[in-house]
Design a binder for this molecule. Structure first.
Ligand SMILES: [Zn+2]
Length: 564
């Protein structure tokens, strides 16, 4: 088995980071230090921010240069574009900003990819032949015959430094897609998603090849049968298209087993995507390094023929927060270092991070540094075992991106419908059944999370003289936050289980006792002052969110037990 990944990538998903030259410079420096060779800017409409394309404004031929295009279309911009047309009129400014960022990375030997979703388009498309009555027709051949080739040709003319594009098609997150089912025309009714995706991908593939670039297609599916379709589609694509696959199916849930698509894409090169910031495990505000999970996932990927590993370091929905800002930076270090040598001891990953962030007390001997690391690992390494018991129920998701559900119904929606483990792993379909036996197990899991949070807090309080005092204090405050976080999830889950498990439990007293505990928790949270990370900590420990969950829970329990 190969011990390393050829492509070692960082994915930036936060607009406020990728468009910020200072932030990007620090990330590029990190990549150079750690021999990462690929930088991915992931913004659904990134290419649309940088490319007109000119065909939406004029029939006149252009050479694709942004200034040449502007010369031909400036009058039409005012005429055709609804306010605020400044974003179209001054598009070259966006281009110059992004050119600076891209050129800086490229000049350091890093390949840059733009990652988007198709179909995406400007509002102006509603005035084109591909739209009628305000509805875009995704199967109009206009897309693959005219629009997409023009869009990507202009992109590569403007950004010769980029190495290629990564795209996903047909997802619900696209601006227009056959998957939305909005256009009811005959062509849309008759075309299957798989044929449609092939048209879109091949329309991008052609300009990509003409400019000597690389096309990467992403796996982004909500259901196992969609993934089957995607796989069938992949096998028909030219073999030099790379397939980028999330490490777990659907989205980045650390409790889920490996994505079954890995290793099943025939001769295509595979890149594996990993979420390092903590979208589904506490944002790094609650420390949760996943070094051993990353090692296991990389090993699995290597065993299944993967060539690339991508660490996503931030999230589009949460501006100005990054794995690099928290202890979960360890996940980025692990992605970089284990992608080069999957057997590297975890201590070396801690060592690199603590040294580069200058978190060791000055003057430590090497031996003292490793003592400090081992002491730290006593409370950092088990943190995931708390997290999985807090915001998951028996590996099923019980959170909305690390936050409590909005109400009782939402809890069920998150666990079973939207992120259902059973959709992908049918062998686990009864593991969320509301039987008495299961519910007892689920409750125990929540009790354990609270107990373990206290235990880890006790461990960190024993001190760590190797760490700089101010950083140590900050970390202590972060571990302290685990206690109310786990308690909140315990109370919310117990009320949820009392409601959805009513048939099995028939325990009115227990249900209202759980509600009382939730009210106590709500009051405590109301007066809780976040010791660090007031943002995005307030997203996680949110009194108002608990309040509205409790109001719904009260209503539901009174419906279930009207005599109360
Ligand atoms: Zn149609």
């Amino acid at each position: 088995m190969k011990m390393y990944m050829q492509t070692r990538a960082i994915e930036i998903h936060d607009t406020h980071t990728m468009w910020n030259p200072q932030k990007m410079e620090r990330i590029v420096e990190f990549m150079v230090r750690h021999h990462m060779n690929t930088l991915i800017f992931h913004e659904n409409d990134l290419i649309d921010k940088l490319v007109y394309p000119s065909m939406l404004y004029t029939d006149a031929k252009t050479d694709g240069n942004i200034y040449g295009i502007y010369q031909k279309i400036y009058e039409q911009i005012y005429e055709k574009t609804p306010s605020p047309f400044v974003f179209c009129d001054e598009k070259p400014i966006f281009v110059e900003l992004m050119r600076n960022i891209v050129r800086n990375a490229a000049s350091r030997g890093i390949r840059v990819f733009f990652q988007n979703k198709e179909l995406w388009h400007a509002d102006l498309i509603y005035q084109s032949s591909a739209a009628h009555d305000g509805i875009v027709c995704p199967t109009d051949p206009f897309w693959w015959e005219t629009y997409l080739p023009a869009k990507y040709r202009e992109l590569f003319e403007t950004f010769p430094e980029i190495s290629g594009v990564i795209t996903s098609t047909g997802t619900r997150e696209s601006r227009s897609s056959l998957a939305h089912g909005r256009c009811k025309c005959r062509r849309c009714r008759e075309m299957d998603l798989h044929t449609w995706q092939k048209h879109i991908i091949m329309a991008i593939y052609e300009p990509v090849k003409a400019y000597g670039k690389q096309l990467v297609v992403r796996d982004f599916t909500y259901y196992a049968d969609e993934q089957e379709g995607l796989r069938a589609g992949i096998l028909e694509l030219p073999e030099d298209i790379i397939i980028s696959i999330k490490n777990t199916p659907q989205d980045f849930y650390p409790t889920f087993p490996d994505n079954q698509l890995i290793g099943h894409v025939d001769g295509h090169e595979q890149w594996i995507e990993y979420e390092a910031m903590g979208e589904y495990y506490g944002f790094g505000v609650l420390p949760c390094p996943l070094i051993e999970d990353i090692r296991r996932r990389i090993r699995y990927a290597l065993e299944h023929g993967a060539d690339g590993f991508t660490a996503r370091v931030d999230w589009e929905a949460m501006p100005n927060h990054s794995a690099f800002d928290t202890i979960n930076a360890l996940n980025v270090y692990a992605s970089a270092m284990l992608s080069q040598n999957v057997e590297l001891p975890a201590e070396e990953i801690y060592y690199a991070w603590l040294s580069e962030y200058e978190l060791f007390q000055p003057g430590l001997s090497e031996e003292e540094k490793y003592q400090c690391i081992r002491r730290m690992m006593e409370y950092t390494e088990p943190a995931w075992e708390i997290m999985r018991r807090a915001c998951y129920i028996n590996d099923y998701l019980f959170s909305s991106n690390s936050k409590i559900p909005a109400d009782i119904r939402h809890g069920m929606f998150l666990a079973k419908e939207h992120h259902g483990l059973q959709k992908w792993f049918p062998e686990r379909q009864h593991d969320f059944d509301m039987t008495k036996e299961n519910i007892d197990k689920f409750r125990l899991e929540k009790e354990e999370s609270v107990k373990m949070a206290h235990t880890l807090y006790g461990l960190i309080l024993r001190g760590n003289p190797g760490l700089k005092a101010d950083y140590y204090e900050r970390l202590v405050r972060q571990y302290e936050m685990y206690i109310p976080y786990c308690e909140m999830f315990r109370c919310v889950a117990n009320v949820f289980l009392a409601a959805v498990g009513k048939e099995a439990l028939q325990d009115q007293e227990g249900a209202f006792h759980a509600l009382q505990e939730l009210i106590v928790c709500e009051n405590q949270l109301k007066h809780y002052k976040l010791p660090v990370f007031s943002y995005p900590g307030s997203v996680l420990l949110c009194y108002e969110k608990v309040h509205y969950f409790r109001l719904d829970a009260e209503r539901v329990l009174h419906e279930l037990y009207p005599e109360q």
